[in-house]
Design a protein around this ligand. Structure first.
Ligand SMILES: NC(=O)c1ccc[n+]([C@@H]2O[C@H](COP(=O)([O-])OP(=O)(O)OC[C@H]3O[C@@H](n4cnc5c(N)ncnc54)[C@H](O)[C@@H]3O)[C@@H](O)[C@H]2O)c1
Ligand SMILES: O=c1ccn([C@@H]2O[C@H](COP(=O)(O)OP(=O)(O)O[C@H]3O[C@H](CO)[C@@H](O)[C@H](O)[C@H]3O)[C@@H](O)[C@H]2O)c(=O)[nH]1
Length: 431
């Protein structure tokens, strides 16, 4: 099929490269000229394992990019993979989606066949109440007659985007008419044949809600294991053995049970906040979701209070190991490193931080959060009176003699990665 994708960020670029790999002809439409140029040059505009090879393989052949929305006219279906950030009150900001939908409406063919597919994460009702009217008004078109609409949420994770897309746990099709489902079936047929992934056919609002339910469930699951881990810590119980054991119960499942410093990223914080705001907008008080956020917000201070138990850090160097929100990415959106570093500053500490890839992106994202960047974990640790582990990078698990260079070897591990050893005072956040 001929497919266009509006928005070429983490989701749009991954989707484009993977659909090209599955045999479709794909065009990316983006307002960012450098992104467009990168794809046309056969380069990946973002770093994701497996992405660069796919773009290099298909660019100039089955994959191209443009800033010109008119390219959608040559295609059978268009995905909208645009950002849906949070407003100040946490609610879903749909202004970029609306602008993209209007630009699309201005050029969309009115042949009645073209399928517009909302890929972005949007609050239930948005596809019908915001995206569809924006297309209709901009192009003087009528949904169901001139074009069709569907919602197909995305569940890929950063750092494993390509692998997740190519081997999904499920594929969700939200639509209101049979022809829309059939187009989606044709688009995903090679993937479904290859992987046997279950396809869920549902309504537009249900598809929108499945995405929020998925992320809220997982974020709350992590907060629940963090709460249990905090209690374990108080009673001297190994929280990780407890998690491994409860995970053997199929009803609980072993994944997303790693307790520690909590969740960050571009999705969990934003999506849970948006669902809370949407619930409150409907006069429902989402107590459990709010509790999950509160537990998450408390973890950095718990980490620092464990450090306080061993050392007064005022005027002393403290090493922060890890800045990205999780390993395998330089993404720092929602990273726990920010409250951790701010808490250290409040205590009067001098922060020396190390991250294998995320120093630059952190400086850009949080220019007011001051620290000295170290070239290695060893450099950050040398002379430090305490160390805190923020991100579970593999290389931190290999640290050993490096701790001997600390002024006082107190290590507070927010991610359960550092090996306990003689000669260091070790505190795990939850064990
Ligand atoms: N990042 C993830 O892991 C992930 C996973 C699942 C779902 N999502 C959801 O997918 C959506 C997109 O997220 P993302 O992380 O890919 O965003 P992103 O910020 O990485 O990329 C968005 C792209 O849209 C482009 N853009 C902005 N306005 C435009 C316009 N008017 N016309 C054309 N292009 C425009 C930007 O230049 C950018 O390249 C969001 O709703 C997000 O919540 C993200
Ligand atoms: O057991 C766990 C698992 C995760 N985390 C933390 O949770 C956050 C999110 O991790 P992860 O889900 O791996 O990363 P994302 O790339 O943010 O992916 C989530 O958000 C995406 C965007 O919506 C969805 O598509 C994915 O399905 C969903 O997992 C990170 O800070 C992790 O450190 C834990 O603390 N313990």
């Amino acid at each position: 099929m001929n497919v266009s994708i509006v928005g070429s960020g983490y989701v749009g670029t991954t989707l484009a490269a993977c659909l090209a790999d599955l045999g479709h002809d794909v065009v990316n439409v983006d307002i960012d000229e450098s992104t467009v140029a990168a794809i046309n040059d056969g380069d990946a505009p973002i770093h994701e394992p497996g992405l660069a090879e796919r773009i290099e393989r298909h660019a100039g052949d089955r994959l191209r990019a443009t800033t010109d929305y008119a390219a959608v006219r040559e295609t059978d279906a268009t995905f909208l993979a645009l950002p849906t950030p949070a407003n100040d009150d946490g609610s879903n900001d749909l202004s970029i989606m609306e602008a993209g939908a209007r630009s699309l409406g201005e050029v969309l063919p009115s042949d009645g066949d073209h399928l517009v597919i909302v890929k972005s994460t949007v609050i239930p009702g948005s596809t019908e109440a915001v995206v569809t009217p924006a297309i209709e008004e901009a192009g003087d078109l009528a949904v169901g007659e001139d074009f069709r609409i569907a919602m197909n949420p995305e569940f890929l994770r950063m750092g494993t985007a390509v692998a997740d897309f190519m081997d999904p746990d499920k594929i969700v099709f939200g639509a209101t008419d049979e022809r829309a489902y059939e187009t989606l079936d044709r688009l995903y047929e090679p993937l479904v044949e290859e992987t046997g992934a279950p396809v869920v056919r549902t309504g537009l609002r249900e598809a929108e809600m499945i995405k929020y339910a998925n992320n809220s469930f997982l974020a709350t699951k992590v907060s629940l294991i963090n709460e249990l881990g905090n209690i374990c810590k108080e009673y001297g119980v190994d929280a990780y053995e407890v998690a491994d054991a409860i995970g053997l119960d199929d009803r609980i499942g072993e994944r997303f049970l790693r307790s520690g410093l909590g969740w960050g990223g571009s999705c969990f914080p934003k999506d849970v906040a948006a669902l809370i705001a949407a619930a409150e907008d409907a006069d429902y008080d989402p107590e459990l979701l709010k509790a999950g956020v509160n537990v998450n917000d408390r973890q950095p201070e718990r980490l620092l209070s464990l450090l306080d138990d061993h050392v007064d850090v005022a005027g002393k160097q403290v090493a922060v190991l890890g800045l990205s929100f999780k390993p395998g990415t330089d993404d720092v959106r929602g990273t726990r490193a920010i409250p951790v570093i701010e808490g250290l500053h409040e205590r009067g500490a001098d922060v020396v931080a190390y991250d294998p890839v995320a120093v630059e992106s952190f400086r850009e994202y949080a220019p007011d959060v001051d620290f000295v960047a170290a070239d290695s974990a060893a450099d950050a640790l040398t002379g430090a009176h305490g160390a805190v582990v923020v991100t579970d990078w593999d290389e931190f698990a290999a640290l050993d003699d490096e701790f001997d260079e600390m002024a006082t070897p107190v290590v507070v591990d927010g991610r359960h990665v550092v090996e306990r050893r003689d000669g260091i005072t070790y505190e795990g956040l939850t064990w």
